[in-house]
Ligand binder design. Structure first.
Ligand code: VGL
Ligand code: ZN
Length: 223
């Protein structure tokens, strides 16, 4: 079945899910939720939607932002720098963040309200001190793989559906990298929330559309 985006171009609605589809739940961790160190506006709103959508999938994987203390993406690691400023790192420009998702901390744990007990795989990322990783597939140096591509290929998945936080960073980078790795990619828009700093959300959707990422909603999946 075809439906049409607001600009008139068609996209294919996944009317049914198969054994070759996997839901990738991106970074639904306490630090990105209300009261967290890097709370995404209205981030908590994704949790019930993710829970409902996950029930439709035979296969679910989770990602977990998992930084070491003193990580290069933390403003606190760069004297005189403040969160949301940028800095030049060897691999390019890096946005600096408040300390967040530090390994083993409560902030790095998945939300207690996330109810996806069937998740089969957890990908951790951003654990190398000198390299950030928005993408669940490939770190910010654009060459260090997380291993997820190999996992998904070995399991025979064809379509990757993405939900979680944040739309304009980890979800967007993961979705475009999923396309680059040869998967079909669908972002479930209402199951995501954005940081949206300096136009980052519009820029992310533009990059995703250029990469062939499909934009759907949970209503396309949940009857
Ligand atoms: C994220 C900023 C820093 C995300 C992770 O999950 O979108 N954003 N680390
Ligand atoms: Zn991070």
């Amino acid at each position: 079945m075809h439906q049409y985006r607001s600009n008139g171009t068609p996209y294919i609605v996944p009317t049914y899910l198969t054994e070759r589809d996997i839901l990738l739940v991106v970074d639904v961790q306490n630090d990105f939720l209300g009261g967290g160190a890097l709370a995404v506006p209205e981030g908590d709103g994704v949790v019930p939607i993710v829970n409902a959508v996950a029930a439709c999938f035979a296969h679910v994987a989770l990602s977990q932002d998992w930084h070491c203390p003193g990580h290069a993406s933390f403003a606190s690691s760069h004297p005189g720098k403040h969160p949301f400023e940028t800095i030049a790192l060897p691999y390019g420009e890096q946005v600096l963040w408040p300390d967040h998702c530090v390994q083993g901390t409560e902030g790095a744990q998945f939300s207690a309200a996330l109810a996806v007990p069937r998740a089969e795989f957890i990908v951790r990322k951003g654990y190398r001190r000198a390299i950030d990783s928005y993408s669940v597939f490939c770190e910010a140096d654009r060459s260090t793989p997380t291993g997820l591509t190999g996992y998904l290929r070995e399991r025979g998945f064809v379509r990757v559906f993405l939900a979680g936080l944040a739309t304009d960073f980890c979800v967007a980078w993961s979705a475009t990298d999923a396309r680059g790795a040869g998967f079909e990619a669908f972002v479930i828009e209402d199951a995501c929330r954005a940081i949206d700093a300096g136009g980052s959300l519009a820029a992310a959707w533009s990059r995703m559309r250029d990469a062939g990422v499909e934009q759907i909603t949970s209503r396309d999946l949940v009857a």
